[in-house]
Design a protein around this ligand. Structure first.
Ligand code: NAD
Length: 327
């Protein structure tokens, strides 16, 4: 099948080209992000392959349908960037990679927690300048701390397993209780109780109309003073302006983000010689207790191999008349 592959990065081409000989597909790698200005580049393709910040709204889907596109193949798990109703109206199927490596994101979550706590990013720079002072590097034992996980699906569960190994008490809030999480030792509770009791709050639920700004001024008000907040899920789960107020009031003592609500104009690009116009993002960067990575939690060899294999198989299945991993 002919595939228009938007937002293509060199590292993605490596993994997809490696997996390609097992399939009969033809990939047209396009560096541009999918939006209304670029949708016409899909001409001649039946499948469009997109990532987290490609825009797949009603207007884009109308353009894609007019060109004969029949399938949107997401090479990620989240699908909040796709207007599913509009896709259905145009008869365009949407498939995704529901699970590739929950460990990749869970382990990055732990990396953010440990780095914020023990300040290894600051220590690294200091030692390279022969500054061996410990001032400002004081951390805390993770052992015995209470960590609240919001969303106990695949990634939340993998995160809980690691945290139990550290000797943490793990609280969980989810719209459904799973026996698997209970078996790991997660204590399910209410949203409010989790916020009130947790030293660290970490988000692992999807972004949808029910979870948009789940962490807002009211939610932050219920958290412990000095809480650590981690988001490796989707930026829109957090009202960033409310979080900035929480940082200024010192209610939030540590913030670790791999995602940001307006990341579409920033992440995955080298903007080191550009002026960043997003004042909210640049304000976040001024806090010494904020650590931001550019949506890299998924980015391990294992995850990339699995993403390439599953995406190409999803497209092959569609070609054979079967919908695999449909959203
Ligand atoms: P999953 O579907 O296995 O789990 C999601 C869990 O969230 C489910 O248990 C679900 O019941 C729960 N949930 C749904 N609505 C909720 C709500 N209102 N409140 C609390 N819980 C709710 O998904 P997953 O594979 O664990 O991925 C979780 C999220 O991580 C994805 O939606 C995606 O946005 C994000 N993600 C980020 C990266 C990254 O690189 N940063 C990579 C992959 C996934």
């Amino acid at each position: 099948m002919k595939i228009a592959f938007f937002s293509a990065k060199p590292y993605e081409k490596d993994f997809f080209n490696h997996a390609l000989p097992d399939f009969q597909h033809e990939i047209n790698y396009l560096e541009v992000k999918l939006d209304t200005h670029t949708a016409n580049f899909a001409a001649g393709a039946e499948a469009v392959c997109v990532f987290v910040n490609d825009i797949v709204n009603a207007a884009v889907l109308t353009q894609l349908a007019a060109q004969g596109v029949k399938l949107i193949a997401l090479r990620c798990a989240g699908y909040n960037n796709v207007d599913l109703k509009a896709a259905a109206q145009h008869g365009i199927a949407v498939v995704r990679v529901p699970a590739y490596s929950p460990y990749s994101v869970a382990e990055h979550t732990i990396a953010l927690i440990l780095t914020l706590n023990r300040k290894t990013h600051r220590a690294y720079n200091r030692v390279r300048e022969n500054n061996f002072s410990l001032d400002g590097l004081l951390g805390f034992d993770l052992h015995g701390k209470t960590v609240g996980l919001i969303g106990l699906g695949k990634i939340g569960l993998a995160t809980a397993q690691i945290l139990k190994g550290f000797g943490c008490k793990v609280l969980g809030y989810d719209v459904q209780t799973t026996a698997e999480a209970v078996a790991v030792g997660v204590e399910f509770t209410t949203f409010d109780a989790l916020l009130q009791q947790s030293d660290i709050v970490s988000l692992h639920c999807p972004l949808n109309p029910h979870t948009k700004y789940l962490i807002n001024e009211q939610a932050i008000g219920k958290m412990k003073n000095g809480v650590m907040l981690i988001n490796t899920s989707r930026g829109g789960l957090i009202d960033t302006k409310a979080v900035i107020q929480g940082l200024k009031s010192k209610k939030i003592a540590y913030l670790g983000l791999d995602v940001y609500e307006e990341e579409g104009d920033l992440f995955f690009e080298d903007l080191s010689t550009e002026v960043i116009a997003d004042d909210t993002f640049t304000r976040l960067l001024t806090f010494p207790n904020v650590l931001i990575t550019g949506h890299q939690a998924f980015f391990t060899q294992n995850a990339m191999q699995s993403i390439a294999q599953t995406t190409l198989q999803n497209i092959r299945s569609f070609e054979q008349g079967e919908l695999r991993n449909q959203v």
